[in-house]
Design a protein around this ligand. Sequence first.
Ligand code: 13P
Ligand code: SF4
Length: 379
Amino acid sequence: MSAAVIPDGILEFDPYRSVANEELATRIDAVRAQLGSRLLILGHHYQQDAVIAHSDLRGDSYQLSQSAAGSDECRWIVFCGVHFMAETADILANRPEKIAARDGQRVDVILPDMAAGCSMADMAAIEQVEAAWEDLAEVVDVDQITPVTYVNSAASLKAFCGQRGGVVCTSSNARAALEWAFQQTPRVLFFPDQHLGRNTSLGMGIDADEMPVWNPHDDQLGGTTPEALQQSRVILWQGHCSVHQMFRAEHVRQFRERYPAIQILVHPECMQEVNDLADISGSTGKIIETVRGAAAGTEWAIGTELHLVNRLKSEHPEQEIHFLSPIVCMCATMHRIDLAHLCWSLENLLAGHPVNTISVEPETARWARVALERMLKIK
Ligand code: 13P
Ligand code: SF4
């Protein structure tokens, strides 16, 4: 197939829709062979297998941030993940010292489909967080609050944290980030995922009564009260992951009844009732490590995105792995990245026309980097 070219030299996407996956895979391999180590393809664990097969590195959000931060050789990063991950890669791969070491050369970060967003990240807009901060200042001393943003957030929120002594966290270091935050101030504002914030804080011994939930759509102090805020230790933003929200406590109970030896393994984006009933809770990286390290014959019910659970099932036939929910819980936005978009973005790159580049505005990137670097230093 010869791809149609639109006037500025960019290959049009439409013709790629009808190309068979086998041909797309061959063409992707051909571009990778030509670009060699100048190209780094990163794949998040939730990606479909066909895409993961072409990634140089796969990982959880933290591991992928580290890979982007350490990228010395590469000229382009193609991020098979979602928008906030590509933004983070742009910020970390293009730190001033990295650009200087590459003689002024920036790394272009490409997201194969711009529609690959994250509905949780969209639940906290910078205007809402700024408005909440102003409202909070009327009842508590905001100099005594450390803002902590989950990495699943726009770069502007990371910058907000960078400017106010705050930090970014991922699901693999949320506890360490909160411990660090409490060394700075007695109170934390945690956004956008209330569940990760609550599950982690409860695990640290913080009382549920000390965690009011801030509803950004309620202009009366986010639906809280001055007293609740004054007594708070962690103010939780009312955001959630629509995928992990679908795992329920009754699913855990049903599995325990049917399979007495079952081990329940969940992502901390699941709600508290599920997290409390689980045997183990952790990032996608921890979920994988746990299954890998278990004895043959272990029975698992896993509460995280479907593609990862299905991959674990096929990679570990020696274990008995179940999906925790009877309903399909998949990240539809992650799934936007398919072979057609990957091939289209790579062939445009090879033709000298990078498409879908993610470039965070410099001032936002500067402050977001401060919060990200604080995170990378926390052990
Ligand atoms: P991890 O940080 O565990 O990879 O999770 C990312 C994510 O988006 C989970 O929904
Ligand atoms: Fe966002 Fe949830 Fe998808 Fe993770 S699984 S990228 S939190 S929508």
